[in-house]
Design a binder for this molecule. Sequence first.
Ligand code: NCD
Length: 318
Amino acid sequence: MTFSHAHLLGIEPLAPADITAILDLADEYVALNRRDVKHADALKGLTQINMFFENSTRTQASFELAGKRLGADVMNMAMQASSIKKGETLIDTAMTLNAMHPDLLVVRHPHSGAVDLLAQKVRCAVLNAGDGRHEHPTQALLDALTIRRAKGRLHRLNIAICGDIAHSRVARSNLLLLGKMENRVRLIGPPTLMPAQMQDFGVEVYDDMREGLKDVDVVMMLRLQKERMDGGFIPSEREYYHRYGLDGEKLAYAKEDAIVMHPGPMNRGVEIDGEIADDINRSVIQDQVEMGVAVRMAAMDLLARNLRARRAEAVEGA
Ligand code: NCD
C-alpha cells in the first residue's frame, strides 16, 4: 500500500499507484455493499463531519452512507450559501471545528481553493467534495472505477469529455486522472465553453461532436452548469442540444461498445437524450452512483489509516 497522503484535496498530487490503491480497495467495498450486512469497522470510533457550502444530493448522501457503513459517527452541518463571506469566516469555521475534534472532514465549497485553505487550518483529514471549478477528486475516482470495471482496464482508452468544460471541476479532475493513467483524452464542446490552451494538457480539442466521438471507448457527458454562467455562453438550449446533446445518431460515431457516463444531475433533452441515459446496454450512470459509495469508503479508510499512524507517531515522539 503506497497511499501516504494526509488529505484528498485533488487528483493533481496523486501518483498512479495512489489511484490504483484507492480503486483496488474500492472494489472490495463494492462487494461489501452488495451484501445484506453492509457494516465494516474501518472508521469505528471516528467522527466524520460533512460541510456542504453548496447544494448537493448524491455526493453528500454518498459520503454519509460511506461513513456510516464503515462505523463512523457522521454529522451533516447545514451551511447556508448566504453565510459564506470571506476567508476570515472560513478560518473561524476551522477553529470551531477543531474544538469538536473531528477525524474526517468532507467539504464542498463554491470557491476554488477554499477546501485547501481549510485543510491547512484543521487537525483532521480533509476530503474535497468539490471546490468551485477546481477539483472534485472522488468524482474522478468513481468515474475511473466505473470505467475500469466496464472496460477491464484503465489505460490506453480513448475517452471523450463533452459539453461545459469551462465550468466543470468534474472535467478537470477527470482529465488529470485519465492522463496520469495514460489514456487519450478528447475534449468536445463549443468554443465559448472551452478554456483556452487546453492542448497544453496533452488533450485533443474538438468543437464538432461527431468528429470528436469517432472511435472513442468512453463518452463522458457534463451538465450545462447554468449556475456558474453569468452571460450568454450558448445561443439556446435547443441549439445546444442540436449540436452537443448526446443522442443515438451522434453516439453511433463512437465505438460500438462505447459506454455513456454522466456525473449527475442530468438535464435530459439539453446535454443528453433521456433514452440514451436510460439504455442499460450503453449507459453506466447508475453504476457511477454505486461506485461513488465504494470509492468514498476506500478514500476515507486510507486517510484514516494514515491519520492513526501519524497520531501514534506523535504520541511516541512526545
Ligand atoms: C457534479 C458537481 O457537483 O460538480 N455533480 C456531482 O458531484 N454529482 C457535477 C454537476 O453538478 O454537474
